[in-house]
Design a binder for this molecule. Structure first.
Ligand code: MN
Length: 284
């Protein structure tokens, strides 16, 4: 990482975009993963909007926050990506309990598991206790991805195809934005149409839930497959917080232990709609 980038990351440095001064929705816990900072696919603007509108006692960063694979190929680090890091570090300073569980794209941080940096605890996995007394195993999820583990090169071929799909996704998004249409994920819909991807996702979900069940916990929170979900699988609560490349989702725990997946593009669209309604009501 060039020195200039690191200098901009210092706690005293100001973000290029100041925090929005709006009242934040408070949750007990927030889980996000698969942000892929350092890659062109990252929807940093939506994530910044999310971070400025929510707060929590505890926040889990469930892996692939920084995309080391993409950064190694080509250095890409716009100001918005710094702004995300700045906001995460500021949360830790403000007293949010921050737990960072590196994934496969940011595996370079796994060597620091057990250490704390700037108030952020780096762990290989964690147990989260919900307000209603359930124990949830929190991990990234690549541990169960046989392809990633046994054929690293094959995972990279997949990564290249994925990068191409993301580039296409950005182009579609740019066109839609120009016509004032809301964010829509081409890749998310493409993936749902491909039988193999669907089979892979459901197999992944089963394996993760099974492993959590064997460890005697009530449920599991993971990321990795960029598909947010929450459902019961063989008596185990399976939660996936999704990603900020395709779907722009987060998993939140309410103060009573209730869990919810937030689709942030929908939240922004609803906010815009209510602002229009308010403006029209005032005008009338
Ligand atoms: Mn991953």
């Amino acid at each position: 990482m060039p020195t200039a980038t690191i200098a901009r990351l210092s706690p005293r440095a100001r973000p290029s975009r100041p925090e929005a001064s709006v009242s934040r929705t408070r949750y007990r816990t927030i889980f996000i993963s698969d942000v892929h900072l350092g890659s062109r696919g990252c929807n940093a603007d939506l994530l910044i909007d999310f971070l400025d509108h929510v707060d929590s006692e505890t926040m889990y960063l469930v892996g692939d926050i920084i995309d080391g694979w993409q950064l190694k190929r080509r250095f890409f680090w716009p100001a918005a990506h710094n702004d995300v890091i700045w906001r995460l570090m500021k949360r830790a300073r403000r007293g949010t309990r921050m737990i960072y569980i590196p994934g496969n794209h940011d595996e370079m941080f796994r060597q620091f598991a057990g250490l704390d940096f700037g108030g952020i605890q780096i762990r290989r996995k964690a147990i989260h206790e919900t307000a209603d007394g359930r124990r949830l195993l929190v991990l990234h999820g690549d541990e169960f991805d046989a392809i990633t583990l046994s054929h690293r090169w094959l995972a990279h071929v997949g990564d290249a195809a994925y990068t191409l799909l993301m580039a296409l996704n950005r182009r579609v998004s740019a066109v839609r934005r120009r016509f004032g249409m809301p964010y829509w994920s081409l890749s998310k819909h493409a993936k749902a149409k491909v039988k193999n991807a669907v089979a892979f996702i459901s197999r992944f979900e089963e394996i993760v839930a099974e492993a959590a069940g064997a460890r005697g916990v009530h449920g599991v929170v993971c990321g990795h497959i960029h598909t947010a979900d929450m459902r019961e699988i063989a008596g185990v609560a399976y939660y996936n917080d999704g990603d900020w490349v395709e779907s722009c989702t987060a998993l939140v725990e309410h103060h009573d232990g209730r869990m919810e997946v937030l689709h942030w593009a929908d939240v922004i669209a609803a906010r815009a709609a209510s602002e229009v309604v308010a403006a029209v009501t005032i005008a009338a």
